[in-house]
Every structure is written in C-alpha cells, then in structure tokens.
Design a protein around this ligand. Structure first.
Ligand SMILES: C[S@@+](CC[C@H](N)C(=O)[O-])C[C@H]1O[C@@H](n2cnc3c(N)ncnc32)[C@H](O)[C@@H]1O
Length: 238
C-alpha cells in the first residue's frame, strides 16, 4: 500500500501521521496522475515512486529552522506543485505562493487546491525574471524553495531577489550539489546571499540521494538582478 510508505517516512522525519492530512496527500496524488493523462505534469506515473520522489523528497526539510520560522514561502518553478503542495499540507498556518511560467500547470494546481480545500496556497503565473521585479513580490518572502528548475547560479538569480533580508533559500539538489555550490559561490554573493550549509537528510530505505543547499539572504539584491528573461539561463552569473 503506497500510502504506508509515506506514513513510515513521516514517522522517521518526526511528522505526525494525521489521517486527514494523509488523505489529502493521497487524493492530490490520484488527481495529479489523472490530470497527467491530459497535461504533462510529471514523468512519474507509478504511485510508490510518486510518493518517494515527489512527496518524501519535498518534505525532507520538515525540521529545518528556516522552514519552521517562515510565514510566507514562494516555490519557484513549482510545476505540478513540488515541493510547495506537500509543504503546504504539512504547514497549514503558513502562506505558500506557487509560481511557474507554464499557466496550464498552475490551473491544475488551482483546481486541485480548490477541490481539496488547501486554503494556504495561491498560484502565480510568470517568469521569475519578470516577477522578481514586481514591487509586491520583490524581497517579499521569508523563504524561497525550488526543485529541479536550473543550475544553482541561474536558480539563485531567479530566487534570491524574492527573499526578504534575513530570509532563506532552500535549493533542492542532487549528488552534484558540491560542484554547483563552487560554481555559484560568487553569483550568490552578488545577489545578496550567503551559502550557509548543505544538508543530506538520511532516510533508510528510500534511496533518495538528495541534498538541500541552504542560503541566507544577508543583503539587498542590486536592482539590475534578475537580468532580462532568458539571460540567467543563457549566461549564468560567474
Ligand atoms: C522540471 S520542472 C520541476 C517542477 C517541480 N519543481 C518539481 O520538482 O517537480 C521545472 C519547472 O520550472 C518552470 N520554470 C523554468 N524556468 C522558469 C522561470 N524562469 N520562471 C518560472 N518558472 C520556470 C517550468 O515551467 C517547469 O514547470
């Protein structure tokens, strides 16, 4: 029973196994997989794998102090809602903005959030490079999370401008995290950030080799960043 895999991981991560919450995780997965037949939301179509790679991976930062203290969180490049939706289900008192440049994916999230009454989630359509210059979003969030969107230098240019001074950025990365940190070190500094630590949360059985890079926002982001749409990915800051 795949949902038991989630229950076991929750116990290991110190997350209480609330039946209503687990039920929403189950329903969201079923509905995403149903939508996935019409709109490309995920390459993962098998429930056990979905639970490991989308759910457990998304909530691996559950006990991080940066997440615990944040009230407003933006998920940049959320796609089918990861890591934003699983985190929003576990922290109903926090506000989540799920942002993506592909509107049809956000429409699915809106539909499912409405059906499942996930009230602490709003979607935001646009490119990070544009939205980060809008007054209501610039340096407006306590925390930014992002998974599988771009290399760390490009991703820092997308994400760090959204974060308030004193806030944090959690970049979900794979086994090449160390290499990415080296390459992005000066970009992070230029954008007002500071590398704090890299965490690998060991979970038995789940063969997830995922690393979370924690960056603190220590100064303001210069007005010229992010550069115009497309430039951060074509010419990552060095
Ligand atoms: C590979 S998907 C990852 C989705 C989700 N974060 C996950 O881990 O399953 C990358 C997502 O980032 C979005 N994206 C890429 N570049 C973006 C940008 N510059 N601004 C906003 N969204 C972007 C894409 O539209 C896509 O939905």
């Amino acid at each position: 029973m795949p949902i038991e895999t989630l229950q076991n991981a929750f116990s290991e991560l110190g997350i209480s196994n609330d039946y209503t919450v687990l039920n929403k995780f189950r329903q969201y997965m079923e509905m995403i997989l149903e939508w996935n037949e019409k709109i490309n939301l995920t390459a993962i179509t098998e429930e056990e794998e979905f639970i490991k790679k989308h759910y457990i991976d998304s909530v691996i930062c559950y006990s991080f102090p940066e997440l615990k203290k944040a009230k407003t969180i933006i998920d940049v490049g959320t796609g089918g809602g990861f890591p934003g939706i699983p985190l929003a289900l576990l922290f109903p008192e926090k506000q989540f903005i799920l942002m993506d440049s592909l509107q049809k994916r956000l429409k699915v999230i809106d539909d499912l959030a409405c059906k499942l009454e996930i009230k602490n989630v709003k979607t935001l359509h646009g490119r990070a490079e544009d939205l980060a210059h809008a007054k209501e979003h610039r340096e407006a969030y306590d925390l930014c999370v992002s998974r599988a969107v771009a290399n760390l230098s490009t991703l820092s240019e997308y994400c760090i401008p959204f974060i308030k001074k004193g806030g944090s950025f959690l970049a979900y990365k794979g086994i090449k995290a160390d290499e990415e940190i080296k390459e992005a070190q000066s970009a992070i500094g230029l954008l007002g950030g500071k590398f704090l630590r890299e965490e690998q949360v060991p979970l038995s059985e789940y063969d997830l080799d995922h690393h979370i890079i924690v960056i603190e926002k220590i100064g303001g982001t210069p007005a010229k960043y992010p550069r115009k749409a497309g430039t951060p990915s074509k010419e990552p800051l060095k």
